[in-house]
Design a protein. Structure first.
Length: 152
């Protein structure tokens, strides 16, 4: 939350000046997943979550618990991201702001019996990339192309 508030202050203080680059490197979602704020953890009942079929049955309970925490972290991050985008909007610079969001890796979350990252499966390597630049791209496009960080 502190990083987001610092970024919001920076946007507010520099919105009327020269173009700027702002990088925010959030930690979540990342293990340990039980560290997500309580109000977000309460949103996800581990017992109600459906696991991918590639999670071994002997790991189902721990996988559901970690997945609930992962989802809680994702939801918290989504709120922080929304707060930052609202600050950009409130500053009147949204149309001129190129906003890029991506993740450096996923997490196996017990799929294929594996945890964490650095595994050659979709759960680890298929990560989000969002680019928002209303003046150039418009809204609501999905591009199915395979890309990597150097493409940015």
């Amino acid at each position: 939350m502190g990083q987001t508030r610092s970024a919001q202050r920076y946007v507010a203080e520099h919105a009327d000046g020269a173009p700027f680059l702002l990088v925010v490197s959030w930690g979540p979602p990342h293990n340990p997943y039980e560290t997500a704020p309580a109000r977000y953890r309460q949103m996800y009942d581990p017992g109600a979550l459906t696991l991918p079929p590639n999670v071994p049955p002997d790991r189902a309970d721990v996988a559901r618990t970690e997945l609930a925490g992962y989802y809680a972290h994702c939801t918290a991050l989504d709120d922080l991201l929304g707060d930052l985008l609202q600050t950009v909007e409130d500053a009147g610079i949204a149309d001129d702001t190129i906003f890029v969001f991506w993740s450096d890796h996923g997490d196996m979350l017990h799929s294929h019996g594996e945890v964490r990252k650095q595994r050659p499966w979709e759960e680890s390597i298929h990560v989000p990339l969002l680019i928002r630049y209303p003046r150039h791209f418009g809204a609501g496009r999905t591009v199915p192309a395979l890309i990597n960080t150097p493409d940015l």
